[in-house]
Every structure is written in structure tokens, then in C-alpha cells.
Design a binder for this molecule. Structure first.
Ligand code: XIL
Length: 325
């Protein structure tokens, strides 16, 4: 049997990976699939490296959860993607309600990014890929769908300067890590992906380190944008690599054979697109089984978004991925 990472690598990609949480490691059948490097050559912590998990109070850093994922990846010979340094969600109240002035918040961002990136520096560096990975989602979801900047605590206090602050801190902390900006609704063309193109251009012009664009790809069955390929190429034309970082393709429940067939096709389309773009380095699913997918808790009445079902049995979507590579 093929294995998703195996087919991805045979196609010239660096990895096929999945998000995970350490609480799920007690599930033996789950852990067996998760640890199979032929299926997954890369892990992303779904929650364990977020701000609330890593700096719950100012200057107090806790890495025990993230370390569990890093240790598993190391044991399995899997790459690690850091996720994430700066995001408007899963922030501790001390950040959101701190009413910090600009210099103070800027130094908080800098300390947070440099401390967590430094902690994972050099982890999971496979000799055969040298400096290509691991990577960090340094900036997560900084844009609105209309292409304006998200008015979160960072933007409201610092305007866009926090983006360069975070990226520079991450570069100093781990010069070999690929630094990404990661977002959703940037899969196809539109105001948001255009705004991201402009942001990357302006960062490059200012010599701010930026290596990659993370395309989350939380998609809907039957609604994969038709402009994926052109948009992926527009990104890589900027001189950055790209990765599909959080792929899942949800449906309105109940699941039907027709929806599963469409879902298979949709997974295949996304994989084929990454495959067709040289600098699309890999694809990560946002957990591989419906048992642990975030979708039902985030989207009312929707689910079954993953390539394995809730019993950890492969769905047609799995074959769509294999065929796509
Ligand atoms: C999600 C996690 O999977 C959930 O467990 C958590 O409750 C909320 O966050 N975009 C991102 C991810 O960048 O960090 C989010 O992960 C999903 C959307």
C-alpha cells in the first residue's frame, strides 16, 4: 500500500503531513497511523505551540505539550512545522487585555517569537533535506477576506509593524527555519490573496525575512476554487515557497456516497495543483481522521472532512490524494 508521504516524495515533494495533538497519542490505532512515516513525513501541532499553550503568563514559557509532538516527530523521523508565533486566536488574556503601549507590545511579540522559535531550533533536521525545513508559521491569519489587515490587538496597537518584528525575531532565533505567513481563503484568486501578494512584496522590498506562504485550505466539498493553479503560481512567482498547511474538505452532514466521491475528486484537485507547482513543497492535512477533526466544533452541521473516517478507516478521499500525486 502506497502511503501518502511515500507518494508525495516519489512526486518530488518534501513531505505529506498531518496536524495532531498530544492528547490523542493514547489512542493506539491512531498513534500507529500517525507514526507511520510512509503516511506522514511531517507533523504540525494543532494547538500545542500556540500562545496560550506556550506563554500562559508574561515571560513564563511552557513547552511540555509542544515537546511531546517534537519528540514523536523526532522518534518517527518526521519533519516538524512550528505553528504559530502570532495569531489573534488562542491568545492568553494577559495579551488581549493588557492595554500595552506600542513599545511594550512590540517587545512582547519579539520575546514570544524568539523564545519559542529558539526552543525548537534545529529539531528534526534530516540530513537529506538540510536547510529546507523545518518551518514556522510566524504570522497566522493577519488579513481579512476583503484584503484589509485584521484589526486584532497587534494591528490596533502596532499597525503592521508587528509582522516585521515577528519575522525578524524568528530569523534571528533560528536562521535555518523557513518563515511563513499562513492564512485561509487565499487558495484561489481574490482580494485576500492579492493583499497577501502585496504584503510579501512589501516585506521583501524592506528586506524583512519571508520564505513561504502557507495556504491553509479549509475547503468545502464541491467548492474548490477554480483559480487554484494560477494563484499558487502567482505566489511562487514572488520568490517564496508555498505549502498547503491545513487541508481539510468538509461537507454538510449527513455524509453520502455522492459527497464522498466529490470529496475524493476535490482532494485530488488540491494535490494535483501542489504537484504541478515546483515550489509547492508539501501538503499537511488538519488531522487525518474525522475522529479528531476540528470541523464539527467550528462549523455547525458540517464534518467528515478528513481522508480517514472516525473509525480510522480510509475513505475515497485517501485514494484521491494518492491519485493526485
Ligand atoms: C484549530 C484547532 O484545530 C482547534 O483544536 C482549536 O480549537 C482552534 O484552532 N486555522 C489555524 C489553526 O491556523 O490553528 C486552527 O486550529 C484552525 C484554523
Amino acid at each position: 500500500q502506497a502511503g501518502l508521504n511515500r507518494v508525495a516524495k516519489a512526486a518530488g515533494k518534501l513531505y505529506f503531513g498531518t496536524a495532531t495533538n498530544p492528547e490523542q497519542f493514547v489512542d493506539a490505532p491512531y498513534l500507529t497511523v500517525l507514526s507511520n512515516v510512509h503516511e506522514f513525513g511531517q507533523l504540525t501541532p494543532a494547538n500545542s505551540m500556540k500562545w496560550d499553550a506556550t506563554e500562559p503568563s508574561r515571560g513564563v514559557f511552557t513547552f511540555d505539550q509542544g515537546d511531546k509532538i517534537a519528540a514523536l516527530a523526532k522518534k518517527n523521523g518526521q519533519l516538524l512545522r512550528g505553528h504559530n508565533c502570532v495569531w489573534h486566536n488562542q491568545l492568553p488574556a494577559w495579551v488581549t487585555d493588557g492595554n500595552f503601549d506600542a513599545p511594550t507590545l512590540s517587545s512582547i511579540v519579539e520575546t514570544h517569537c524568539s523564545t519559542i522559535v529558539k526552543h525548537y531550533k534545529g529539531q528534526i533536521c534530516m540530513p537529506y533535506i538540510l536547510f529546507r525545513l523545518h518551518s514556522w508559521d510566524v504570522i497566522n491569519e493577519c488579513l481579512n477576506d476583503d484584503g484589509t489587515f485584521r484589526e486584532d490587538v497587534f494591528f490596533n496597537t502596532l499597525n503592521t509593524s508587528y509582522i516585521a518584528t515577528a519575522l525578524r525575531a524568528a530569523r534571528r532565533a533560528d536562521p535555518k527555519a523557513k518563515l511563513y505567513i499562513n492564512d485561509f481563503n487565499i487558495e484561489g484568486t481574490g482580494p485576500k490573496s492579492t493583499a497577501l501578494v502585496n504584503l510579501v512584496k512589501s516585506l521583501k522590498k524592506q528586506h524583512v525575512p519571508i520564505d513561504g506562504i502557507g495556504i491553509q485550505a479549509h475547503l468545502i466539498v464541491g467548492e474548490v476554487p477554480s483559480t487554484l493553479l494560477g494563484n499558487f503560481r502567482r505566489f511562487t512567482a514572488l520568490g517564496v515557497e508555498i505549502a498547503v498547511t491545513e487541508l481539510d474538505i468538509r461537507m454538510t452532514l449527513p455524509d453520502t456516497p455522492e459527497l464522498r466521491a466529490q470529496q475524493k475528486q476535490d482532494y485530488r484537485t488540491v494535490i494535483e495543483t501542489c504537484n504541478a507547482v515546483r515550489d509547492c513543497v508539501g501538503v499537511t492535512v488538519w488531522d487525518f481522521t474525522d475522529k479528531y477533526s476540528w470541523v464539527p466544533s467550528a462549523f455547525d452541521g458540517e464534518g467528515d472532512a478528513c481522508p480517514w473516517d472516525a473509525n480510522i478507516v480510509r475513505k475515497p478521499a485517501y485514494n484521491g490524494i494518492v491519485e493526485g500525486f
